[in-house]
Design a protein around this ligand. Structure first.
Ligand SMILES: [Zn+2]
Length: 516
């Protein structure tokens, strides 16, 4: 039997020969450790049931029969599990942490982990191994031990510029979770759009927008897959839509006026509603690419007031971030900001989301900040689809070239910006090569920098197998990087805009292949 292509590749895989058959006996699950079988434990079980159902078509009535047993012998690789799936919460050791797992296949399949999240990730690996042919459900015998290098494994989509339906977002969350990503960042506001329903300011929204109930449903859907949905409200820049609807809060330039006290109370009201909808421990407040209006009387008066205080923040921007951070903290959450305005006035308890070309995430972490690395050069998804685009992510690591561990470096995140408007939300996925990039990102965030010792060509083989097996009806613009294909892109320079296929190479996906 051919060894299955696993993405992300686990830390340790030992194929022990032969295969386990889950259809020979009456198919069933055994859920072990009933004293720990709480709601989040059930999520791992449900994920396994879904995976089997998708593969076999067996309905909930046919499969599984849920059996709760309390049998210590089941932990041994022995007969009690034959032909069955087992999920066991147990102490598997410190190195597995909060998300690691041990997966043993043969004669049954047993996932063991310290936490329900670990069980869930073990199930995702098992899912990639299961085959269903001629009515038989099988997996190759193995022992896998696995845990992630980074705790923050994120992906962002930009709803501010291009609204994306909740159904579409659920699909992307589901796929991200299958590749063991655990943060889904919603960029809810931008120049052209304010997609967050604020009940205190009912007129503050642009069509289409998300109701708070829709967003709560999305949060629940993601939580069932161990994915945290982090909301972002971009302030005080990147907010034309907000300024059009709230003109009294506009500065002399195209930003919110940081000299206006009413701005602070308005944003506090909005953030209270954001926190109410999103249980995320992190709230992103943007603060990207923005300065106060130099000629604004309100800003000047505010700055005169601030700068008269001893130990004041060095800029109006860092004053603004400090104030919003107090609001976020009062809601029991942690503030995340883009790295734009990093001066000594930025509180050390703010998480810095590094993106700028030339910036150095480990260096920011070394200053005492917690850091998410989304370096634009590597993990922005809007650089086109030239041959190097997946290889570049594969060769990247959140810790750049600094040896691990770097205190405070939480992990990394891919950023799926798509500035031009689209008529069809799936165009975003196709234009950005979203899935090929996502899989390379998932591999690196889970495996960490050491995984780069594995040649790209080996990863590419797995990538192509996933393309053909799991993405046959989704846009996945990735041909094998043959020399001939590379030649088509000779003269290509970095970065470039949205991809257009060379005239001689038609897209392998036509629109009829897209999901409805
Ligand atoms: Zn102002």
């Amino acid at each position: 039997m051919q060894q299955p292509a696993l993405i992300p590749l686990p830390r340790s895989v030992h194929w022990t020969g032969g295969q386990s058959d889950f259809s020979r006996l009456a198919p069933r699950f055994r859920i072990v450790a009933p004293e720990m079988a709480g709601p989040s434990f059930e999520l791992a079980y449900e994920a396994l049931a879904r995976a089997v159902n998708e593969l076999t078509g067996w309905t909930a009535e046919e499969f599984p029969v849920l059996e709760i047993v309390d049998d210590p012998d089941i932990t041994a690789a022995g007969s009690p599990l034959e032909g069955a799936f087992g999920l066991l919460l147990t102490d598997v050791g410190e190195r597995f942490g909060d998300e690691g797992y041990r997966l043993t296949v043969g004669p049954g399949a047993l996932v063991q982990a310290n936490t329900p999240a670990g069980l869930f990730y073990g199930v995702q690996t098992l899912r990639q191994m299961l085959r269903f042919e001629d009515g038989r459900l099988t997996a190759p015998c193995c022992v896998i031990e696995d845990w992630p290098a980074f705790g923050w494994r994120g992906i962002m989509l930009d709803q501010g510029r291009n609204y994306q339906s909740p159904e579409f977002l659920r699909r992307q969350i589901d796929i991200a979770a299958r590749y063991k990503l655990n943060v889904f960042h919603l960029h809810l506001t931008e120049y052209p759009g304010w997609r967050f329903e604020t009940r205190a300011f009912p007129h503050l929204k642009t069509e289409p927008y998300y109701t708070q109930d829709e967003l709560r449903d999305l949060v629940d859907y993601a939580a069932a897959r161990f994915v945290n949905v982090m909301p972002e409200i971009e302030m005080p820049g990147h907010c034309t839509a907000f300024l059009d609807l709230m003109p009294h809060l506009k500065c002399t330039n195209d930003t919110m006026c940081m000299g206006s006290e009413e701005l602070y109370s308005t944003l506090e009201t909005i953030l209270r509603e954001v926190a109410d909808v999103f249980p995320s421990p992190y709230i992103h407040i943007g603060t990207d690419e923005c300065e106060g209006g130099a000629d604004c009387p309100r800003c000047q008066a505010k700055w005169a007031e601030i700068s008269a205080q001893p130990g004041h923040p060095p800029t109006l921007m860092s004053y603004f971030i400090s104030r919003m951070n107090e609001v976020v903290k009062s809601l029991g959450r942690t503030t995340v900001t883009w790295n734009d305005q990093l001066d000594e006035g930025i509180p050390k308890d703010v998480v810095i989301h590094v993106w700028k070309p030339g910036s150095d995430a480990p260096a920011v972490a070394a200053k005492g900040y917690r850091v998410i690395n989304s370096h634009a050069r590597d993990v922005y998804f809007d650089h086109g689809l030239a041959p190097e685009y997946v290889r570049r992510i594969y060769a990247w690591s959140p810790n750049e070239e600094t040896p691990l561990p770097v205190e405070g470096l939480l992990g990394g995140q891919g950023e799926a910006w798509h500035d031009p408007p689209v008529d069809d939300e799936w165009q975003i996925i196709e234009d950005l090569g979203f899935y090929p990039r996502l899989l390379a990102l998932a591999e690196r965030l889970w495996q960490g920098p050491d995984g780069r010792a594995i040649p790209f060509e080996e990863f590419e083989k797995r990538l192509l197998e996933h393309r053909d097996r799991f993405f046959s009806r989704l846009p996945f613009p990735y041909p094998e990087q043959t020399e001939e294909w590379k030649k088509r892109y000779e003269g290509w320079t970095w970065p470039r805009g949205i991809w257009t296929p060379p005239a001689s190479q038609a897209s392998s996906q036509d629109s009829a292949d897209r999901p409805a």
